[in-house]
Design a protein around this ligand. Structure first.
Ligand SMILES: [Fe+2]
Length: 139
């Protein structure tokens, strides 16, 4: 499983956001560690996936708070990406709740999805708001 390694290309130069992105990827890497060890402890897996999604939602709302505060012109587009993420995450939660799938496999799918989504999202969408955040004194 490919660990996420933070490189400077992911840096927005806005520390509050960069720290959250890094924390998000720390959780992703912890999940990969668990899965690599063959851990199939249901409680543990459910707990860490919940941590991942809770943290993702918390992170998205941090960005959204600043979009409103700084009157971000591209808010509508950016919110569409966030909405897509929330919908997909909701579908995964539903699959977990049903409980008829192989849990480690499902957890891997969710983690890969979250990692790929965030990686692309940082490099494209998040990069676009960074100048505005900086102009408002975030650094
Ligand atoms: Fe975002």
């Amino acid at each position: 499983m490919k660990k996420f390694i933070w490189t400077s290309e992911y840096n927005l130069g806005v520390s509050v956001i960069d720290e959250q992105h890094q924390h998000f990827f720390d959780i992703v890497n912890r999940i990969y560690d668990l899965l690599e060890k063959g851990n199939d402890n249901k409680e543990e897996l459910l707990k860490i996936v919940k941590e991942l999604t809770d943290y993702a939602f918390y992170h998205l709302s941090t960005e959204e708070k600043y979009f409103t505060q700084f009157a971000y012109s591209d808010i509508e587009n950016h919110m569409k990406y966030h909405t897509m993420f929330r919908i997909q995450t909701g579908e995964y939660s539903e699959r977990i709740r049903k409980g008829d799938e192989d849990l480690p496999k499902l957890v891997l799918e969710i983690t890969d999805f979250a990692k790929n989504w965030l990686t692309k999202h940082i490099l494209v969408a998040d990069k676009m708001y960074a100048p505005l955040f900086k102009a408002h004194g975030l650094n």
